[in-house]
Design a binder for this molecule. Sequence first.
Ligand code: NAD
Length: 469
Amino acid sequence: MFTTRSPETELDPIAEHPRITVLGVGYLGATHAVCMAALGFEVLGVDVDQQKIQELSSGRVPFFEPGLQEKLSEVLRTGRLAFTTDLDAAVRFGDVHFICVGTPQSIDSDAADLTFVERAFEALASRARRKALLVGKSTVPIGTAERLTAMVNTRSPIGEALELAWNPEFLREGFAVDDTLHPDRLVFGVASGWAERQLRAVYAPMLRRGTPLVVADLATAELVKVAANSFLATKISYINAMAEVCEATGADVDRLAEALSHDERIGGKFLKPGLGFGGGCLPKDLRAFAHRAEELGVGRAVAFLHEIDDINTRRRFRFVDLVRDLAGGDLHGARVAALGAAFKPNSDDVRDAPALDVARMLALEGADVVVYDPEANENAHRTYPDLDYAGSLAEAVTKADVVALLTEWDEFGRADPNELGALVNARRIVDGRHALDADAYREAGWIFRALGQPTEPVGMITREAQAVN
Ligand code: NAD
């Protein structure tokens, strides 16, 4: 199906159209592989997970990402995209190899676990027989690329002919296809002009459109990614810290955020109070960054990141307090509808998800928790099989003593408070994402709570006293 390389180009594959492999076809890699093929490149996706490869080969995206399923079907029909577990075939095929494997938090520390990255680079290096570029896309601690370069040069039978670059990825789950096809910037961490030219060839469609490009050394490219994620996490935790102050003073964090957002120097994005950040990136990237900075002797420079993490976690405890309060001071036997499990809407990713963590915390206090997420039930069930899961919003809220809004899916925002009210045992709701119309709920007779908002006095709440339906 793919074109073959002539011996001449095999020796120097600076081609108009480099052939691309993508190692690790998870959330990032599958999207990258599909989008590169959509842009006209021949792409081979590689993974050690046989089932993932089978699903992708048969045209099914093994996770939820809006628009990706359609794009996959479209590009498979062109014959430019294939998937394999055969790394030897991938090494023979590729001019530019993108490494997109996971870098989760280590089990016993805040450091990033680089096992998968090291294995992937090692496997490519030991098989290489012709010049190629290995491009790291995974998020890694500063200094990883330099260390891997030394390892690759030693392990590769062709020595320094195998080059390494770092090209951090900024896509957002939920918008991954559009972010990949129309990135807001590109960052190339390169050690040679040849590596830069290869990357320029890969990203030519975006560069022709004027996408800003920053060419940097390897360490800067690694740092850009964790610095960006730390900044975003800091902004979220900043407004959540203000929410804590609001809770102590009776001020309203939504009005505060609105007023702050009109200042152009501050801006409104990522200034939304709520349950905080989660997912497969921000929390572990923050921790790994702080850990690496300590190793480098500059721990104090980013010591504030520990506080950012703590503020984020404290929101979950505060949320549980609000639910317990509405349940009459004791969660034992209270039926709680947990709306949402994914770390954010339009994703089925439950890694480090505040929503699922809160559901688990409520269950640990004795609540009878029923979780409903439009897309993440399956992943959530795999993570916490002991929780109950509902197949619909209506099923989840039926006979609930308290409704807990944990992920701001549109479906929850659109729900009619009167219709929901007819299903619950008591009209009591805590909005963890500031996603609902508080006035509409209050008009429909609900007791409405949100993080960082003043609470109207409800007197002594008992479960029986409020069971209005
Ligand atoms: P993921 O867990 O969804 O995917 C990783 C994939 O790598 C899995 O399919 C796994 O089977 C595969 N893999 C592991 N070892 C392999 C090997 N030796 N060869 C081939 N495949 C291998 O993870 P993800 O969310 O796609 O994240 C991957 C990396 O990208 C992480 O470093 C992450 O921080 C970074 N990143 C992710 C996002 C995102 O939105 N998910 C955005 C930017 C950066």
